[in-house]
Design a binder for this molecule. Structure first.
Ligand SMILES: N[C@@H](CCC[C@H](N)C(=O)O)C(=O)O
Length: 277
């Protein structure tokens, strides 16, 4: 069968977006891995599926699969691309709408300048919510990696995140510590690992080693996680500009039970049609 898709990106975090309202398809894990493969497939960090909602108060169901084929709870850059996609494809006439994800509901709004603002929900710090195996709900946890003791914060943005503070993000040990922390037994569902350099209370630089992909040019939930942990530790103040390798996001968070808001771009790259084996 032939599958229509759109290639999109949010700050270089790239996606294959598939409308499963106007066409029917089922993608197996190994097909997702093949399509995600950069030399041999289309190449993407995540596959985003646009489906009809299952709940009456929702406009769409937004499903996310990492390049390794695993379905995950949330994707922030993907949420902005999802919003642009459903408007461009005329799947909705609304500029603001709600989507259900495995990690909970999100509200997406496309502004007149084309940027997308997403209500990413409330950051959850309780270790059991991440999930993270810890004795207490500390601001900072410590893990032994080889002969190093690593200090990190943990938070769920629907999906699990660890955030480390570094002096210089460019020389941060993303390729060494990223995979070892991601697969550490204290994270039973693994984690996305962020390396945050604080430039001022309103500006950070961030790299994220993502679960199911590796380092990406940007991670929206990773940006929310870093800002939530930084504000909770008294190191940052809202609003915060987050500089990622692929560009910049604006994050706003009033603290504790408030929702995190993320604003940034969403770009369409090309349309395609591919035969599924
Ligand atoms: N790139 C994303 C996050 C995608 C999911 C993540 N890799 C996970 O496994 O939780 C973003 O922009 O948030």
């Amino acid at each position: 069968m032939l599958l229509n898709f759109t290639k999109m990106h949010g700050l270089g975090n790239d996606f294959m977006v598939v409308d499963l309202i106007s066409q029917r398809a089922y993608l197996r894990d190994e097909q997702i891995r093949q399509l995600a493969d950069r030399p041999f497939g289309i190449g993407f960090d995540q596959l985003l599926l646009v489906e009809p909602p299952r709940k009456p108060d929702m406009d769409f169901r937004y499903r996310i699969f990492n390049a390794d084929g695993g379905e995950v709870e949330n994707c922030g850059n993907g949420a902005r691309c999802f919003a642009r996609f459903v408007i461009d494809q005329r799947l909705t006439h609304k500029r603001e709408f709600k989507v259900e994800t495995l990690g909970g509901p999100l509200t997406l709004r496309v502004d007149d300048d084309g940027r997308v603002r997403v209500d990413m929900g409330t950051p959850r710090f309780a270790p059991a919510d991440v999930p993270f195996v810890a004795d207490s709900d500390e601001l900072l946890h410590h893990l032994e990696i080889g002969n190093q003791r690593v200090a990190l914060s943990v938070v769920s943005m629907g999906n699990p995140h660890a955030v480390l503070q570094v002096d210089d993000v460019d020389s941060a040990p993303v390729d060494d510590l990223g995979p070892s922390l991601q697969r550490h037994p204290s994270f039973p569902r693994q984690a996305n690992v962020g390396f945050m350099q604080i430039d001022s209370p309103h500006a950070i630089r961030l790299r994220v080693y993502e679960r199911g992909v590796g380092e990406t040019l940007a991670c929206g939930t990773g940006a929310c996680a870093a800002v939530a942990c930084g504000i909770r530790r008294g190191l940052l103040q809202s609003p915060v500009e987050v500089e990622l390798r692929g560009g910049r996001l604006t994050l706003e968070w009033a603290g504790t039970e408030a929702a995190m808001f993320m604003t940034g771009p969403a770009e369409r790259v090309f349309e395609g049609r591919i035969a599924l084996n």
